[in-house]
Structures are given as structure tokens and as C-alpha cells.
Design a protein around this ligand. Sequence first.
Ligand code: AMP
Length: 483
Amino acid sequence: MPTPARGETDHFHDECGVFGVFGHPDAAALTALGLHALQHRGQEAAGIVAYDGEQFNEHRGMGLVGDNFGSPDIIGRLKGHSAIGHVRYATTGEVALRNVQPLFLECEVGGLAICHNGNLTNSYQLRRELVRRGSLFHTTSDTEVINHLIATSKQTTIVDRLVDALTQVEGAYSLGALSQEAVIGVRDPLGVRPLVVGTLADAWIIASETCALDIIGADFVRDVEPGEVVTADADGLHSYKPFGRKPERFCIFEYIYFARPDSVMEGRSVYEARKRIGQELARESSIDADVVVPVPDSGVPAAIGFSQEAGIPFELGIIRNHYVGRTFIEPTDQIRHLGVRLKHNANRHDLKGKRVILVDDSIVRGTTSTKIVDMVRNAGAREVHMRISSPPTTYPCFYGIATPDRDQLLASRYDIDAMARLIGVDSLAFISLAGLYRAMGIEERDPRAPRFCDACFSGDYPIPLIDADDGKVSVQLSLLAPA
Ligand code: AMP
């Protein structure tokens, strides 16, 4: 095979959100609202495709949902009673409009718009084979291999072709798709990424998280099951289980950091789960101190749980500026160095002279923690103890959450004492993997069937890493550099 052009070798690991509506006159407007609620899952680009009974109407753009779908003109052009939308945070490779989802394909049996949350682990291999057989790729997204597998499938309906395509891919996927007849939702057999179904009057909704149902006043019906395909069409909701069921491995990091705390996943409130993790963390590693301070926003629920369990007052000792986007580009190196202060500022009055327990959800590269600790000390804290509501992140995620390569993960290079010294804290502790499972209501993690995907902490990857084993490990962008 000829050497692919620059960009062809880049592999996207998307942090994404999907949303779809079947059977509502304001399908596109509802989709724009749903995507607003899912904005935390991806801030780089957004897209919506609607179907009006004759044609597909589409709009995609770089940036936030509000930047792209804030105008009535655009929503007005997206006519139709069914629609699908996507927010995306590509973390590697080229950031270009052609990669913005939904991706659209027109094949023998009709048109289909596809949105993907997750990451395929054999997309290079499949792409190589497809290119060899003559497929012309338009994007550098892993999702496009699904389109080509659909286009070349021998099945006679679009849903059967989608299923046929998915039996050939490995990886984590929660998909939303829109055909001429239906809105379709699919979760991979292990159910790594979330997807739920809801209703709004006579309309069916699919969404990555329940907070997107809340924003439009839709009722939650149920989670799409791992390995399940649901289709919503004029006859109602239909369910298929074409892939067989495997033991579930839902991503535990959705509970720790990624999902919105007002969402409910697998019947669990994300907010309550985070508080319980904080309680368990306090049971494992509380220390004499005056205040418990979260690193906002992600550290807040765990810090509340920690404070309640330890009996130490909770204070907002750090204030976050909500108007600083992740995409803010610092103009010079010196300014970049100030980075985190754009986002966080110490609330001096509540830190001065205090022994502070700082709670955050994770340490990835250690950049945030180092700067936050420095800031808290400069504000006059007497002692700074850091407590982390996840186990040390020692392995990269290949299933749809952006993490740097292993050699850039602080915890894969240093032990806890060395990390404490580097970050500049008086003490540092992470919740244990066993403690995390206890917080999720599982007394003991069964190493043969752990129930969650916890590969970023354990290295136990439940889905084969075919591309990575082939040397195709992604080079991540500086997603985690403080904004
Ligand atoms: P770092 O500064 O590299 O150690 O990153 C840790 C911070 O980034 C934590 O405060 C987390 O809230 C946040 N974080 C953790 N995982 C991710 C992720 N996959 N994408 C964006 N931010 C993250």
C-alpha cells in the first residue's frame, strides 16, 4: 500500500456526544438543544442532519453548538421531523470541517447520517483493506470506515448493512444514525460508552446522557443495552440484539470525570456516585486538616463526599472562571505559563493559614495540580494535601476518552511519593481501585469480569487494540494543557 498522505495516518480519538429525534416537527431545534446539554462531551465542532421526507438537510461547523446553531435561519433550513446531531472533541490529527460529524453516506439502499461516540481499535487495519479494494476516503475519522463497510455490504436494508459493518469493527462505539425511515441507536457489545432512549410526546429521542433529555423536557425511557440496536420509526421503537451479549464493561471514568453530574447512567446518579467516591477516598486517606477544597468544577462532588465523611468543612477555596474556553490560545510562551490562572483563582480569605485538603478527580500529566498547588500555597495555605478521586492514571484510553501517550502520564513514570514532590504537596493519595469499586456498590472487583472498563487504571483492556499492536498508537494533541 502506498504511504498515506499526512493526515491519513492520524487517528482520531473522539470525546463526543450524540443526540437524535424521530417524529417531531422541531426535530433540528430539539437536537440543537440536546447538543447544548452535551457540550461538555466535545467542544471542537458540532453538526446536525435532518430528514424532511425528501432530502437530508445538513449543517456542520467548528466550535461550540451556540456558535453554529444559534441562528433561527440555520435551524429553519434544517427541515424535517427527524434529526441527528453530534458534538465532537477530536484529540489527534487534523481538525477540519470534513471530519465534523454526522458523516453522511448515500448508498444503493438509501442515505444515512452517522454520529459516533467512542473509538474504533481496528480502523487502520480496516481502512487499509478498504482502500486496497478501491474505497475513497473523504475524512481522517475512524468513523468513516463504518460508512464504507455499509456501502460495500451485501445486505438489503440499511439497518442490516449497519449491523453487518459493525460486526467487522472492534472498539467502543455508541452510535446515533438517521436514515430515511428511522433514527437508530447502537451500543457496542461491552457497552463502553453511554446511550439512552427517551420520549417527548410522540417523538423518540436518543442521547448520550440523560441531561440532554432533561433540557428538552423529554422522559427517560431506558439505557440502550450493550450490544443492542434500537430503531425509532413510524411504527415505534424496535430492539435488536444482533451481536450477542458479552459481560458489560461500562467506562468507569464517565462516572469519575466525563459525564455531567446531573446525568443518570445505568440507574446511578453520576453526582451521587462522585460523592460516594469522595466518601470512600476520605475513609481511605483522610488527614487532619481545616478545610476540604475542590478543584472546580470536576472535583466538587467528590470533595463534598470527602468533607461529609471526614467531618472537615467544605469551602470553595478556588474559584473557576466559566468564560474561559478550552480553545483560548495564549499569545506567548510567558502568557501560556500563566495558563491555569485564566481558569482558576485562589479564594485567599478561605485558604490563608489553613491546612487544606485539595480534591480533584484525576492527575493526567500533573500540569493542573502543580499550578493549583502553587496557587494555594501563594494564597497562604499552611499545608496542602492532595486527594484524587480516581486511582493513578497509568494507561492511555483507546476507547474514546482523550489521554496522552503512556510516557506522558505522570503516574506511569513516578510513584506516589515522587509525584507528591513534583506537584509540591505535603501529602498525596489516590482512591484505590478496590475503593472505587466499593463506591460503585461492588464489594470486590472480579479480575475475570470486572464489570467496568478501568483500563486507564489497571491496563486491563477489554477490547483488542489491533491498531495499537500494529504500531498505530495515536499522538495526542495537548488537550490536557490547562486552558
Ligand atoms: P493534568 O493537568 O494533565 O494532570 O490533567 C488533569 C486535569 O484534567 C484534571 O483536573 C481533570 O479534571 C482534567 N481531565 C482529566 N481527564 C481529562 C480528559 N480526558 N480530557 C480533559 N480533561 C481531563
